[in-house]
Design a protein around this ligand. Structure first.
Ligand code: SF4
Length: 332
């Protein structure tokens, strides 16, 4: 996919300049997306306004550094709402929650701030809309991922998860003319389309989502890494191992021609042996990664002779989201 996604301005894609010797190709767009930015600010604002502790259900975004930094400032991360004391303040993460979680929170008189990314909320609404029309919904996504649990929880009796190719054979629908596929927001664009093709072979009348569910940030970061990967002996993706979109960037880089690719949370996790015989290193980062971590990696690489950095820009992102409504009266 090379056309710009909503909230994105197309960039003149300049050909990658040839260079002698060691160098870094730095992907743009990379790092923080609008949904992550909003969710992190929501916790910061909640801490500022209400003081610690502020409870956060699940990791606010899937990044170790971000979670640790917020923990130091007084956020307490819990797995479930029943770990939050009655009446306390809890923030729901960017990945979204099911209606059952909202109901549990209400039962325990919790004060809530919902930092679900608006692009995840959009998929929740699609589930509701098609469930109301009595469709069978085939949700392409990774089993056990929080976003998928929240999305499927909107209408569990209508949603079946399709993760692997085997799942395509396993699903059953009541009426093959009333079936739609939807997806998690952070998947590999290409692999998702493979899964859709497989579903379409089984259910030729399967409907497409009203608009792309894989979000602009996921799509743009994959397009950017694809542009530089064929030139790279090694691609380093900064991101956490539980970050779906970060893991997809490693896979996309390898498929697009990078000779090697790895995911690291921090520069110090790079194994120096990965650099053996490497001339060109590609660098990118997942949508939940602050750019300071990428700058640390560039410094680390510069110390090892990879000081020449060329940015490869495939799009310029303009999208921002307003804060959750519970925080909107406060000025950012
Ligand atoms: S990766 Fe996409 S869906 Fe997830 S928070 Fe960012 S913009 Fe929202």
């Amino acid at each position: 996919m090379s056309s710009p996604t909503p909230g994105t301005e197309p960039a003149e894609i300049a050909p990658i300049k040839p260079r002698e010797g060691k160098r870094v190709l730095l992907a743009k767009p990379r790092g923080y997306c609008a949904g992550v930015d909003r969710a992190v600010i929501a916790v910061e604002k909640a801490l500022e306004l209400h003081g610690p502790p502020v409870y956060v259900r699940k990791e606010i975004v899937h990044n170790r550094h971000v979670v640790e930094t917020l923990r130091e400032r007084g956020a307490i991360f819990v797995d479930e709402t029943d770990e939050v004391p009655e009446g306390a303040l809890v923030v729901f993460s960017a990945h979204g929650v099911s209606p059952a979680v909202h109901a549990e929170a209400a039962e325990r008189n919790l004060r809530t701030i919902d930092a679900t990314c608006p692009l995840v909320t959009k998929v929740h609404k699609e589930v509701n809309r098609f469930a109301k029309s009595d469709y069978d919904i085939l949700l392409i996504g990774h089993e056990g991922h929080e976003e998928v649990e929240g999305t499927a929880g909107e209408a569990p009796e209508h949603v079946q998860l399709v993760d692997t190719a085997e799942d395509v054979d396993r699903v059953t629908v009541r009426d093959p003319s009333k079936v739609i596929w939807l997806s998690q927001t952070t998947l590999s664009v290409d692999e998702t389309m493979e899964r859709v093709d497989q579903l379409r072979e089984r259910f030729p009348e399967i409907a497409d989502p009203p608009s792309d569910d894989i979000c602009y940030a996921t799509t743009n970061r994959q397009v950017a890494v694809k542009a530089l990967a064929p030139e790279c002996d090694l691609v380093i993706v900064v991101g956490s191992t539980n970050s779906s979109n970060s893991k997809r960037l490693v896979e996309v880089a390898l498929k697009a021609g990078a000779k090697d690719a790895h995911l690291v949370d921090f520069a110090h996790e790079v194994d120096e042996s990965w650099l053996d015989g490497v001339t060109t290193v590609g660098v990118t980062s997942g949508a939940s990664v602050p750019d300071s971590l990428v700058m640390n990696l560039l410094d680390w690489l510069a110390e090892r002779g990879y000081g020449d950095v060329d940015e490869v820009t495939t799009a310029n992102e303009k999208i921002t989201f307003s804060l959750p409504k519970e925080l909107r009266s406060t000025v950012r």
